[in-house]
Design a protein around this ligand. Structure first.
Ligand code: FAD
Length: 583
């Protein structure tokens, strides 16, 4: 059979940069034969069938396009695609990116049915939801040569993160940071007047940031020929969904339908009681704001409204802000917030809430609960619930737990082998970067790759002021599980950069295995902690030991040095602090 260049998307006249086989070579099905390079990606052309190379029809640097003959393969005929063989392109598109050599196409994809049920549309991969998890899965599957349909119930693609989560909140937090910095700078002799806040312009800028990203997704979907269907998907069987009257039959499905904000029962239905989406709308700057829930989302929003001028009170049921996070990391944040908030009420419950003419009257319960108070607005930030109960999963036989989460295995496969679930709907941590990585795994498994989702560390970040970030093993988990660990902390008061930023309250902490010296986990509190935690995540993921971090030359003066110095302190080589030599 003649092997030709398959469908390589919009590319033509791309050079052959490597010929990976010689005449006489026996090749297996899917073995890369030739590598092509466009200005965007490197692509391998895989063998469409097992056989022996009898002739090579191209030379290095030849320019080729879809259909150009590459080589002749002698096969036993059994595995040739279609009937005619000779002129047919391989059945599958090549990967748009050169596959890693250690990720061969070993695991067979779950078998496709001989024939799909009759439906208005048929697709190889159906992705439900276009959030970070969904669009990543859809795009990766398309890049791997699969026919993909993505369903989204909202007009704008991008899900929570792009539209009403990560991106708009971080844009507003940037604005908040500028306001706060103009106040802090008075401490070193730079005094500014009060900011003039043009709420419409600020909202417009935030919406523009969101619009650029979500609009970009439409373009990316088009480039990859992903069929985007607008509407709400509901399963009608384990091979079909209904999308507002249109039936779609699928070989594989990736459920990426996300999560929704939890609303506490017995609260008044009142426009002054908002969730994070309402808070991000920036309808006004309420004179007073009660934030119910001292977790990451509540505290980020508290930071925005504090900077805009609201009087903010935070009430949290447990005895610390960001429940679950190591207390030493939360302490500097608590101290900084306590200076700016009206009150931070820990171990306190909202006993009742009533809509009145003046606002929302709230009664509290707890050892230090204050008197009933009235707030202009209340932000409910008590967590998110997975959307698993909204999809008619019974019809497909897919298990879902009482929290709305869909249990999955390491491939992100549900109990129904050709249906996968990723992102918030597959359980915590409910983070965009976790959703994206799961999306890639599910798409690659469906394409036949032998991959699995088994991260050693998933970083968490609170983009508060100061930021709090952690990765890998936390000290709380280590103590609870009785794990062996050694702790090394570097106080930012000894960092020249932190002093120069007038933010010396930060701290960097490493957890290290006492014998192997591997970095098990890390925590950072301070400005830009969210950026710093990436290096520690790499260290955990790569199995680096503390010495690796300590011997890596970090640029000076930067906050990144605090990770190096925490490692040096652990290894007894630090000179920027006086710490008795231990090793
Ligand atoms: C205020 C806020 C700030 C956040 N900040 C961060 C942050 O800084 N960093 C971070 O990592 N995470 C952050 N998150 C969490 C992050 O947004 C989520 O983890 C992420 O969006 C999950 O992605 P997903 O693809 O699983 O689901 P989602 O983003 O929820 O997307 C699911 C999509 O599926 C669609 N859908 C649902 N059901 C159907 C159906 N039946 N038919 C068709 N479409 C359907 C929905 O409309 C939605 O577009 C934040 C969340 C909030 C609320």
């Amino acid at each position: 059979m003649q092997v030709t260049v398959p469908d390589i998307g919009d590319f033509s006249d791309v050079p052959v940069i490597e010929i990976l086989v010689s005449v006489g070579d026996e090749v297996t099905k899917e073995q890369p034969l030739v590598t092509l390079e466009s200005d965007k990606a490197t692509m391998d052309v895989p063998a469409p069938a097992a056989g022996k190379v009898t002739e090579i029809l191209v030379n290095l640097n030849d320019k080729v396009s879809e259909g150009t003959p590459l080589l002749v393969l002698e096969t036993d005929g059994a595995e040739e695609p279609g009937d005619g063989g000779e002129e047919e392109a391989p059945a599958e598109k090549p990967a748009a990116e050169k596959p890693a050599p250690e990720a061969p196409a070993e695991a067979p994809p779950p078998p496709a049915p001989a024939e799909l049920p009759d439906a208005d549309k048929q697709t190889q991969v159906l992705v439900i939801g276009s959030g970070v998890g969904g669009y990543t899965a859809a795009f990766r599957a398309a890049d791997l040569g699969l026919k993909v349909t993505m369903v989204e119930r909202h007009e704008r693609l991008g899900g929570v993160c792009l539209n009403v989560g990560c991106i708009p909140s971080k844009a507003l937090l940037h604005a908040a940071r500028i306001v706060e910095e103009t106040k802090e700078s008075a401490g070193f002799g730079l005094r500014f007047g009060d900011p003039e806040i043009d709420l419409d312009a600020l909202r417009g800028w935030k919406d523009e940031v969101v619009g650029k990203l979500t609009g970009g997704l439409d373009g990316l979907a088009k480039q990859r020929k992903v069929d985007v269907v607008r509407g709400t998907a509901k399963f009608t069987s384990d091979r079909t969904v209904d999308v507002d009257g249109t039936s779609i039959a699928f070989e594989h499905c990736i459920i990426a339908a996300g999560s929704s904000a939890i609303r506490l029962p017995d609260w008044p239905e009142d426009e002054r009681v908002i969730d994070s989406t309402g808070a991000l709308e920036l309808a006004d700057v309420p004179e007073s704001l009660l934030v119910v829930g001292g977790g990451i989302i509540g505290l980020e929003m508290a930071g925005v409204y504090l900077a805009l001028g609201s009087k903010v009170t935070v009430v949290e049921l447990t005895d610390q802000l960001i429940p679950g996070c190591d207390p030493d990391l939360v302490k500097p944040l608590h101290a900084h917030l306590a200076e700016r908030c009206e009150a931070i009420l820990l171990s306190t419950k909202v006993a009742s809430a009533e809509a009145t003419e003046d606002g929302i009257a709230v009664a509290f319960e707890g050892p230090d609960a204050p008197e009933r108070q009235t707030f202009a607005k209340v932000l409910m930030a008590v967590g998110r619930r997975a959307n698993g109960h909204e999809l008619g999963l019974d019809a497909a036989g897919v298990e879902v737990n009482e929290r709305g989460e869909i249990p999955v295995d390491g491939h992100r496969r549900t109990n129904v082998p050709h249906i996968f679930a990723i992102g918030d709907i597959a359980g915590g941590p409910m983070l965009a970067h976790k959703a994206a990585h799961e999306g890639k795994v599910a798409a690659e498994v469906i394409s036949g790759r032998d991959v699995v989702f088994e991260p050693r560390a998933i970083p968490s970040v609170a983009y508060t002021d100061p930021e709090v970030a952690w990765t890998g093993l936390t000290e709380t988990e280590a103590v609870d599980s009785g794990a062996d660990y050694e702790k090394s902390t570097f106080p930012w008061a000894a960092s020249g950069r932190a002093l120069g930023l007038a933010r010396p309250e930060g701290m960097t902490k490493l957890l290290i295995h006492p014998e192997s010296r591997h970095v098990l986990g890390a925590g950072v509190v301070g400005v830009n902690a969210g950026d710093l935690i990436a290096e520690a995540t790499l260290a955990v993921e790569m199995g680096a030991d503390a010495e690796d971090l300590g011997l890596t030359i970090h640029p000076h003066p930067t906050l990144s040095e605090t990770l190096m110095m925490a490692a040096e302190k652990a290894e007894g080589t630090i000179t920027d602090l006086y710490a008795p030599k231990r090793r």
